[in-house]
Design a protein around this ligand. Structure first.
Ligand code: NZQ
Ligand code: ZN
Length: 387
């Protein structure tokens, strides 16, 4: 087991009407609030009005229109400008992972006097950040419980993971009922994203019985509850379990002491999203089974067997390669059963820019050092198989 230093300082308030705690959470952080949200889902489901009512005695400044796959320009720059102009004391992010990621980045950049990209690109280390409180409305990324943010820069086709402990939200309010209005398409994409977060941690060199158990249970829970959420979007228990499983997905708790895999599917998908602005979870559903197939070999087979037997209940007595192939097929069929696109062409990606994207990934992601190393040629084969 590898050594680690772990701390997630975020308070989680979970359950129906958890929002009633909002004023008490916000009061010690300041009166001047930047209310950050996306394209309007929170207005349609009544959450916006509820927040305004609960924070009636705060000074609220609005930061709306944050896009999915949030952009450095205009989203981050606009948020930083608003924080500085209104001397904001605390950011309240209400929405999905994109709203949270953008708000977390803005929180750090607002406390920095130079060009915000200096921080995101790690040229300069942030010294401080505004506090962020969030109400997450979409179970997927785990942004509500991690120190990550993912920001796209359109002109260079970069999708950067900006990671810093200063980005942990102070408090996340999780009410599963706010996810009832998430569309079937997005629910399926969120489920695929969260499953892949666990797989990126499961498929690695060294793990433990403890972590494997957590992760196998996490994947099974997401699979069972993902289906239930699609069948009945207002199934509280299913939405609740899905939400919690997603929350744990990205903050490292599933893989304490494990070696890192370098998250290859995410590295590949982030390039797809950067070039084509596709939905993150859909890209992952397409890539994951092809990546599995590509990396299956003598070195990796043990993890596939464990995954196949413990997640899908495949007969442990079969030949290891038969188990692995059945496990890959079952993963593919599961994503397909959620109604997810399973080919790049279905999300508007053809062969025309594959070369550009694979070069970009090879130059920026360092996947030749992954547990299952990927050269530029390997990435090209995975993408070609995904067409
Ligand atoms: O913008 P609004 O109107 O709010 O609509 C959103 C958006 O169109 C909608 N939505 C959210 N909550 C809803 C709802 N619609 C109805 N009812 C609700 N309750 O869903 C759409 C997608 O939202 P978005 O926030 O983009 O989705 P998601 O949470 O999947 O976030 C994706 C972003 O997170 C990054 C991805 O790369 C992508 O940029 N990631 C962040 C991570 C992290 N911070 O740790 C890790 C992930 O691996 C991921 O890379
Ligand atoms: Zn993800």
């Amino acid at each position: 087991m590898q050594s680690f230093d772990y701390c997630t300082p975020t308070r989680l308030i979970f359950g129906k009407d958890a929002i009633k705690n909002l004023p008490e959470v916000m009061r010690p952080l300041g009166k001047r609030v930047l209310l950050a949200y996306g394209g309007g889902s929170i207005k349609r489901n009544g959450l916006y009005d509820k927040v305004k009512e609960l924070l009636a005695d705060f000074e609220i400044y609005e930061f709306s229109g944050i896009q999915p796959n949030p952009k450095y320009d205009p989203n981050v720059l606009e948020g930083v400008r608003l924080c500085k102009e209104h001397n904001i004391e605390v950011i309240l992010a209400v929405g999905g992972g994109s709203v949270l990621d953008c708000s977390k980045t803005v929180a750090a950049c607002a406390k920095y006097d130079g060009e915000p990209w200096d921080l995101i690109s790690y040229k300069v280390k942030a010294k401080a950040a505004l506090p962020v409180v969030d109400i997450i409305t979409f179970a997927a990324t785990g942004s509500e419980y991690d120190k990550n943010s993912v920001i796209s820069r359109t002109e260079t086709n970069d999708k950067f993971s900006y990671i810093d402990p200063l980005l942990y939200p102070v408090c996340s309010i999780l009410d599963p009922t706010y996810t009832f209005t998430v569309s079937k398409r997005q629910t399926a994409a969120g489920c695929a994203d969260a499953i892949n977060h666990i797989m990126e941690q499961y498929f690695c060199e060294t793990s433990t019985l403890l972590n494997d158990g957590f992760m196998e249970a996490g994947i099974k829970s997401l699979m069972v509850n993902g289906v239930k959420c699609l069948e009945n979007p207002e199934d509280y228990e299913a939405r609740a379990e899905m939400m919690l499983a997603c929350t744990f997905g990205c903050n490292g708790i599933y893989s304490l002491g494990n070696s890192s895999s370098l998250w290859p599917c995410h590295c590949i998908e982030h390039a797809l999203s950067a070039y084509y602005d596709i939905t993150h979870g859909e890209g992952l559903a397409i890539i994951t089974p092809r990546w599995m197939k590509h990396i299956l070999n003598e070195k990796t087979i043990g993890r596939f067997v464990k995954y196949g037997v413990n997640v899908f209940g495949i007969d442990a007595g079969l030949d290891p390669y038969e188990i692995a192939e059945k496990a890959i097929e079952a993963t593919y069929r599961f994503f397909e059963s959620l109604g997810l696109p399973m080919h790049l062409k279905e999300v508007g990606i053809d062969e025309s820019r594959l070369g550009e994207m694979t070069r970009h990934i090879a130059e920026k992601e360092g996947l030749e050092n992954a547990w299952a190393p990927l050269t530029e040629k390997d990435v090209m084969e995975i993408l070609t198989a995904s067409l």
